[in-house]
Design a protein around this ligand. Sequence first.
Ligand code: GTR
Length: 397
Amino acid sequence: MKSIFLTQINNCRWLAACLLPALLASQALVGAEIPELLTCADGTKVTTSGQWEAQRRGEVLELFRAHVFGRNPVDRPADLKFERVVPDAEMLDGKAIRKQIKASFSGPGGQHSFVFTAFIPKSSKPVPAFLLICNRGYENIDPDRVEKSSFWPVEQIVERGYAALAFRNAELDPDHHDGWTNGVHQIFQPDPKLRTSDSWGTLAAWAWGASRVMDWIESEPLINAGRVGVLGHSRGGKTALWCGAQDNRFALTISNNSGCGGAKLNRMELPKSEPIARINKNFPHWFCERFKEYSANENALPVDQHMLIALLAPRLAYVASATGDDWAGQPGEFQSCVLAAPAWGLYGLKGLGTTAFPAPDTPIHSGYIGYHLRSGKHNLTEYDWKCYMDFADKHWR
Ligand code: GTR
């Protein structure tokens, strides 16, 4: 266990740059014990990528299943099938093909389906792609492009040579605490009484949906399945992190303003940020039941969120914050990236490449973990998308 207070004392650049007096005044930082990323349950220190993959990575993944997000009852359903909702169409002045696909499957509770859209730029070779887990209304992911939202700027994404995919989270599971009687929870575990402390919550169900879209991407010759980024905003960002952690087919995972339960370090108790007690009270369906044991009890949690980001190594990871989003705890989102970076070090790769909290609108893109602090409010904007594409370009082009 390492004291975050000591970590920061050793880190004068970070302290100097982080002009948040409330943070430094917070007694909650002093002595807060951060679970060690690279120490196995049996005390073995991890010094190689081989050890990480053979032992520690699986332990960390299991801790997040058992204590935070819950356990999926099923991976890819045996009868999963994809069919076109409408014929493929040329869109964006002929620059892209639009595909609208319905994914259908069944479980003990019956049949279910959800729809996703893909805009694929015309190209002589398979293109890289971004998959958005959309937690806002349908108007944000309008397949007809009548409504154009910065949440999913398809025109810009296609212009830069990326396919843009999106689905609506609520089609997998409505975003309400409704007793697990609908959505994919009901399909795969029809009797809610049989749920246990580690049964999957709603964020896990949404993440599972993103993996089903990846199943389709793997069968789509126009997309390069080896270069797909999954991203989400806020509750969608928490979901993207859990998706990328479990599904290593995603080469890039992006958390936009994900905050508590996402990129924000729980033990960094920032006065204006969301604590576990609040998220469990307001959104009792997001995590597994056991996560409630950690309400106002952060230090008992056997993981912290830097370990979630570390599960993405050695793939690409990106965390973004916004200056006006104290609720997400920006310094805590950044600090998770700092503490996750040693996982990339095991592979001889640069993680974040700095420990200094950056000035607004100065993206850090030098390593395998990208980070930026955008000026403005809690949102997913064209600026954020530009940063994500710049980062992907740097690694993939
Ligand atoms: C808030 C919640 C956050 C965040 C956000 C969102 O109300 O407290 O954790 O997820 O909603 O998804 O926009």
